[in-house]
Design a protein around this ligand. Sequence first.
Ligand SMILES: O=C[C@H](O)[C@@H](O)[C@@H](O)[C@H](O)C(=O)O
Length: 471
Amino acid sequence: MKAFMDEQFLLNTETAVTLYEQFAKSMPIIDYHCHLDPKAIYEDKPFANLTEVWLYGDHYKWRAMRANGIEEQYVTGGEGVSDYDRFLAYAKTVPMTLGNPLYHWSHLELRRLFGIDELINEKNAPVIWEKANARLGEQSFTPRGLIRGSNVRVVCTTDDPADTLEYHRKLSEEQELGFQVRPSFRPDKALEINRATFLPWLQRLEEVSGYQLGDYEQLLKALGARVQYFHDTGCLLSDHAIDKVMYAEATKEQAAAIYEKALRGEAVSLEEEAAYKSYTLLYLGRLYAELGWTMQLHIKAHRNNNSAMYDKLGPDTGYDSINDGPLAEPLVKLLDGMERGGGLPRTILYSLNAADNDVLASIIGSFQGGGIPGKIQLGSAWWFNDTIDGMLAQMKSLANMGLLARFVGMLTDSRSFLSYPRHEYFRRILCNLLGDWVEAGLVPHDMELLGSIVEGICYRNAEQYFNFGAK
Ligand SMILES: O=C[C@H](O)[C@@H](O)[C@@H](O)[C@H](O)C(=O)O
């Protein structure tokens, strides 16, 4: 029996241990997709207590607490509930998360960041609370301290085109920051023509961009101007939540007519939605390609399932799940449309449905090219797949059908400054997979080759692929 989460955690062969210790462990982190708040990084305020830094905003933990029978006021807060009460409710929940990555992540976070080795449970809760809070006053526990201490070189946040990027601009002027903070362009609200957010968002965009958005041509120009503004602020990635991939070929005139219908408050059919989205995405794809950006497509989330809770708490609060439905045909058409128009950027495809791994791994092979290693990527196991099994499945699909060695690796997708140990978790799983292959005689015991592949997937591939060294 191995000891719980010892130095060889998740590393079952000598080769895996060597790969992890000698190559993976010391590689810096590039967190190219997350939901951290740039304002919090800029202001760099210390956290009041462990609950604030660990539980506020973390919908993964909230889901587990609800499933454990914890009442909502202890999950997301409520009158008369202290931060300690909320922490205690989570501490009680952790032992019940056995088998869920939260069990490992939570222990890794306390161990690596706070040096706290206690098992997390109700009995140890007071001690953990004391020890962690005592450390939160140290300089290394502010947002910047945590980023630096985790050896993070680049953080890419997720930002709306109408955002002023005020804090990114301020951060970019700082000489001693020690890491890059870059925005990512996430124009979902421009594409979701059928959602209630569409018209209010256009108004915001009008204010920020100065364009009068009464016709589609102006919308395209305004989006183009925002892409350029983001680029000038250091952006190199876009991100799209495409819950359902749709494709319908459309002319600009058709897209414009649909846009105008929406402006008049008239109903837009699903076919029209597909046409509008397709034309607009192709246009954006061209801009991304021209600027050397990477486009991320996050596909098949089924969001806001519990409408009563949505009304109380809003989005991203733990009420989403995995969607199903057709993917290959509309996605291939979309990528093909971009390629034909000369505008297929570097692209990362993530599906929340792990059943799509092979579909995506085979599709990416049809659009590689341009002399860019791994131009089209199978994205790292995302959200509900960010588990041991999920990561293995994603890497195996990629290896079976494409080039694992060109994979740009892990990201946290997190809203918490404590999530960087997820990179360690991923790296151990990666090294173990390669170690198993060596053990089985499937690949040579060539540590130079294996080591360079590990370093590539942990850090170098991403650095090169996204061009983070450029400016
Ligand atoms: O890991 C889960 C994520 O943070 C999840 O909340 C996001 O991926 C979000 O749905 C998004 O659309 O960007």
